[in-house]
Design a protein around this ligand. Sequence first.
Ligand code: URA
Length: 439
Amino acid sequence: MRATDVIVKKRDGGELATDEIRWIVDGFTGGDIPDYQMAAWLMAVYLRGMSHREIVDLTQAMADSGEQLDLSSIIPYAVDKHSTGGVGDKVSLVVLPLVAAAGIPVAKMSGRGLGFSGGTLDKLESIPGYRVNLSDEEFMQQVREHGIVLAGQTKSLAPADGAIYALRDVTATVSSLPLIASSIMSKKLAAGANAIVLDVKVGTGAFMHDLDQARELAQIMVDIGTTAGRKMVALLSDMNQPLGETVGNAMEVREAIETLRGGGPTDLREHCLVVAGHMVRLGRQDTSPDALANAMVELAAMLDDGRAFAKFRELIAAQGGDVSVVDDPSKLPQAPVKASIPAPQAGTVAEVNALLVAQAALELGAGRARKGDAIDPAVGVEVHHKVGDQVAADTALFTVHAADGTGLAQARALLARAVTVSAQPHEALPMFYDTIYGE
Ligand code: URA
């Protein structure tokens, strides 16, 4: 086979055979196909798209490019979750200990933030000492001992995705449905879960801006998982406004801790209960009609009576984090400069643009523009109002937490643009738009 033939076939709109897809993925991962040919192929995929069958084949080839985690000796039925990435998305920090507290062991590999989208590993690293890089043995040992592990992805897992993602990032081929679906699902398949809950975000602060696109992505990922023999649920959730009330690493950890202690913002608590409810239902293989509702009631009690928080403490301690910081979140990194952004007029909040809020947090240093950039865990944005809220003129809409003057003016300008306050009434945004089942 020649790389140019496979590129030409896709460039001209052809459907690639299973062995052609595997050949190009293996060739690139093994170093036999150079970046420039893979880049051309990725652009051809970006422009021409892929059939369902091609996407399933691409995902499987990427999942097979490295080690596949076998959790079966430790966890009889493993459940995982994945969010397609959003703004203020600290759901994993709450959901993992919550599900583990309910007796379902969880072994999750998470990522770092890139661009507008935050990452669980960056958030966890604002807890001094927390180790995100565990060896395979440490990862397995911790699940065995504690029933919970939350760490970075090992290099041996789906290495094709790491290599392809790096090339997509610099060749304007990230926002392609087949490439996003195969990237996410190759890692999930290789991570060995029997059942997977996908939180597919839709809106201004998500990869997918409209519901039809998000539904298509969710359906493809559900089909990929089902074809590979996994039970799948995809939630289509709103990401037009930030989730919860904070965007910024340490601030989000603080909010997650409040939620794990039975408080926290209502939208975040509800979102976490739905995601965790599906994970528990799948983990117990409970197919009764009330399974989700029953699991959510049980999980809400665990948030309120301290069991979920106790599991979070156990996780932090097991991975070397300073538990005194979890017990007293005021010890988390705090930014010295605080500035309030007031409402321009009285009325109803009609928009809190998640992308602009994320860009403001980026200007302050909360995220990275390029892989490997340093981040400041202390900085970020507090979001005091949501779409549908009534506000008086001069009510604080945001509080900016900044290190110094760096980025403050830009953040202020972005946040002023992020909000629309209208004289007309405006409905609150839904949290979820739909659920797709592949069971
Ligand atoms: N998350 C991933 O892991 N891959 C993508 O391509 C997009 C989001």
